[in-house]
Design a protein around this ligand. Structure first.
Ligand code: CTP
Length: 446
């Protein structure tokens, strides 16, 4: 009996998939089809798979060509499957020519001609019609956003808005997109807006984008007042638009794994969370010279408060801020200490003091530790009373990581999946509320 194996995502099952399976089956007597999990696809950069694993398996089964369906969960699995199932022939489409030659030592490798003019990517784009993104702001974060957005199927960066013609043009030329200085023209040309302008301008820009019926992804901190956050979410709801705060960590797969493990009770009841993130900034930078909207807490506070709110909820009993100030009076290092009904937490951040950036979650049975850069979590450990007992977890984090946030934002818009739990309205409102308390304590409340 000749055993054949092939693998794929088989999203939005199409003729190319059907023809591939038909020919794969004809190569032998018994066909095994490996269908990828969502988690595996995410780690290899396929971020917008529409159909669930169950649907994709059913579609493969319906063809009647597969004698057995298995799931593909991780890199390196193919090699082991070939041995385990005693495979004679490995086959995939010609888009993979050469990629699997390393399997030739173990079985025959056949690349089948790919069916022309059809792919899941094409269907996904046709399905959701491409969302044209317009960026407001031309700073560093906007620069990082564009290459990441290019990796997410279903979106295209249309242009950038900046009221200053020179800045808009310079940015647009660099990234080969359009420059807009007129807001109406800008809103007419885009479907969704990414707000990456200075903090103090977020509120007005979000409001005007919603007024123009655009979905909005806004850089953190979205706003610096609780009432403003609530008002904007209400307004987005009224206009049936998605409003989304871009705290990158909230959408990072490794951070999600960590939260899942922490919430599973593996370290008992969580009693203490310490999160620290420091990044030495140039003293001349906007972050260290803007006396009203600069400083370490406004810049990095969202990251360090995120795990705390995720694990203890939004109802803290007390918060207290201790800061070290630079010569101009701006905080160069801030420690926010929280008391919750079930535990305590500290959120530490710095732009002018360097510390060990780590996330520590202490429970009644053990603790979880993730070292810097835990805000782009790729690795963490679970420790217990016995120092020899350590569990290690890892997860991939691709590029700058904004692709995860963009992909979740897009899923929310197209209604393909609900990822609201990753950063809820309540959490964004709580972040704004804490920023407000901080600003008032620093004498910067207006
Ligand atoms: N395939 C094919 N002809 C096509 C599309 C896919 O022969 N027009 C083959 C692929 O080469 C692979 C299998 O079908 O062996 C599963 O491919 P998959 O990656 O799931 O489908 P794509 O349409 O290529 O998906 P995407 O656009 O997301 O890459």
């Amino acid at each position: 009996m000749i055993k054949v194996i092939t693998y794929g995502t088989f999203d939005l099952f199409h003729e190319g998939h059907y023809r591939l399976l038909q020919r794969a089956k004809a190569l032998g007597d018994y066909l095994i089809v490996g269908v990828t999990t969502e988690a595996y696809d995410k780690t290899r950069g396929k971020l917008n798979v529409v159909d669930s694993l169950v649907t994709r398996i059913e579609n493969v089964k319906k063809t009647g060509f597969a004698d057995e369906v298995i799931i593909e969960e991780e890199p390196g699995q193919k090699f082991n499957d070939i041995k385990k199932f005693q495979i004679d022939i490995f086959t995939v489409g010609s888009d993979w020519v050469g990629s699997f030659d390393y399997l030739k030592d173990f079985c025959k490798v056949i690349y089948l001609e790919r069916t022309k003019n059809i792919s899941s990517t094409m269907l996904r784009e046709r399905n959701s019609s491409i969302q044209r993104i317009g960026i407001i702001g031309t700073g560093r974060i906007a620069e990082r956003f564009i290459p990441e957005a290019r990796l997410v199927s279903g979106v295209s960066t249309q242009g950038v808005y900046n009221p200053h013609t020179e800045s808009a043009k310079r940015f647009a030329d660099k990234w080969e997109i359009n420059a807009y200085t007129d807001p109406e023209e800008f809103y007419n040309a885009v479907d969704v807006v990414y707000v990456a302008s200075p903090h103090e301008t977020h509120y007005e820009y979000i409001k005007s984008a919603l007024e123009h019926d655009k979905h909005v992804l806004c850089e953190k901190p979205m706003v610096l007042k609780k009432a403003q956050a609530e008002e904007l979410f209400d307004y987005a709801k009224e206009r049936n638009r998605v409003l989304f705060e871009g705290v990158k960590t909230a959408y990072c797969p490794g951070f999600h794994k960590l939260l899942g493990i922490a919430s599973s009770g593996i370290v008992g009841n969580i009693r203490n969370v310490e999160a620290c993130f420091t990044k030495l900034e140039n003293p001349e930078s906007r972050e260290l010279t803007d006396l009203m909207y600069g400083g370490s807490f406004l810049e990095l506070g969202s990251y360090v408060m995120l795990p705390i709110l995720k694990l203890f909820g939004q109802d803290f009993e007390k918060v207290r801020f201790d800061t070290i100030k630079g010569e101009n009076g701006l905080d160069i290092f801030t420690k926010a200490s929280f008391c919750f009904p079930t535990g305590i937490a500290t959120a530490t951040c710095g732009l002018g003091v360097k510390s060990e950036g780590r996330l520590l979650i202490a429970g009644t049975k053990g603790y979880i530790v993730a070292e810097a850069p835990w805000w782009k979590t790729t690795y963490f450990e679970v420790h217990y009373e016995n120092p020899g007992e350590v569990e290690k977890y890892s997860e991939r984090f691709l590029g700058d990581g904004l692709r995860y946030e963009i992909s979740d934002f897009l899923s929310r818009i197209t209604g393909n999946s609900s990822s609201e739990f990753k950063l809820t309205r309540g959490e964004t409102v709580a972040l704004a509320r804490i920023m407000e308390v901080f600003m008032e304590a620093a004498g910067r409340g207006k």
